[in-house]
Write a protein that binds this ligand. Structure first.
Ligand code: NI
Length: 182
């Protein structure tokens, strides 16, 4: 049975230190950690979770990735993935801004610019190299989670703190943004 882990909230120092590489991705305790992280992410309705967020300063993330069949017909489905010692390389200098939230900063959402196309690489629980090209929301989730491994929170990436909002007030903020554009 997976164990639900306590999520560290902003202000806890574990969220602000650079996490350590994992020496043996195939070790049973790493598989156990990944299983518990996925259960914790699902329980909290998250789309990604990095180990520092459950007070473990090691370079492992879990996330939900879109499942794409050959005909793209299953694009709506998601799959739980585990990535150990991940790295991210932008494939284009283009960035896009969108709202993000974080399980370590509950109740808030903020607009964050992120690279639109990346390649992420790392190692899976079976010890094999993983290398994937991602774009859009999938690329955004990966950049957010890998930032956690370097002690970076999405607030640090925001360029306009007027675009930070409590979830409940978000419709008001969105309305204000829309009327600005009108
Ligand atoms: Ni987060």
């Amino acid at each position: 049975m997976p164990t639900l882990l306590k999520i560290a909230r902003m202000g806890h120092p574990v969220l602000r230190v650079k996490a350590e590489p994992i020496a043996d991705p195939t070790a049973p305790d790493v598989a156990r950690l990944a299983r518990d992280m996925i259960a914790t992410m699902d329980d909290a309705d998250g789309v990604g979770l990095a180990a520092p967020q459950i007070h473990v300063s090691q370079r492992i993330i879990v996330f939900k990735a879109p499942v794409r069949g050959p005909d793209m017909s299953r694009d709506g489905d998601v799959d739980n993935r585990v990535l150990i010692n991940p790295e991210i390389e932008p494939l284009s200098p283009d960035r896009a801004s969108a709202f993000e939230g974080c399980l370590s900063i509950p109740g808030l959402r903020g607009v964050v610019p992120r690279f639109t196309r990346i390649r992420y690489s790392g190692v899976g629980l079976d010890g094999r190299r993983i290398s994937v090209e991602a774009e859009g929301f999938h690329a955004r989730v990966l950049q957010h989670e890998v930032d956690h491994l370097d002690g970076v929170l999405y607030l640090d990436r925001m360029e306009n703190l007027a675009l930070l909002s409590f979830e409940k007030e978000l419709p008001l903020l969105m309305g204000a943004i829309d009327s600005d554009r009108a």
